[in-house]
Design a protein around this ligand. Structure first.
Ligand code: HEC
Length: 115
């Protein structure tokens, strides 16, 4: 007899497996993949539609001037918050580590093709 908890766990594993099967459009390095996960869970809410002027993911016009500051500055701004917290510290999620932010920024920058 299989305990009910095992069945539930098994179903969850199946669901997760299906989700991760979606083929990525471009192959990402493990770091960029990790950054993408952080971005999708924490940053897309503003950075996809461009809420409050948030630079839209992949938009070269919106990112060029920012990227020119250097990635370390971008990471620092994302950690501390920027422009009176229009960009909130850590995207509003204090659970994110400095490294999570670093990975997320690397992913955001990687999505801008011509910089
Ligand atoms: C509540 C909305 C919101 C969320 C959530 C958010 N951002 Fe932002 N972000 C902004 C806005 C607005 C700006 C533009 C600020 C400005 O320059 O006026 C911005 C700017 C930035 C910049 C550019 C900073 C610079 O120096 O020009 C980076 C990098 C950034 N965000 C990273 C992130 C990351 C990484 C996350 C997720 C962990 C995230 N943001 C989540 C709103 C958001």
């Amino acid at each position: 007899m299989v305990p009910r908890a095992m069945i539930v766990f098994g179903c969850l594993m199946l669901l997760t497996a299906c989700e991760s099967k979606q083929a990525p459009t471009t192959a990402l390095t493990p770091d960029l993949q990790a950054g993408k996960a952080v971005v999708e869970a924490n940053c897309v809410v503003c950075h996809k539609p461009g809420i409050n002027g948030a630079p839209i993911i992949g938009n070269p016009k919106m990112w060029q001037r920012r990227i020119a500051q250097g990635q370390d500055v971008l990471v620092q701004h994302a950690i501390d918050g920027y422009n009176y917290d229009m960009m909130p510290p850590r995207g509003g999620n204090p659970e994110l580590s400095d490294n999570d932010i670093r990975l997320a920024v690397a992913y955001l920058v990687s999505q801008v093709k011509d910089h």
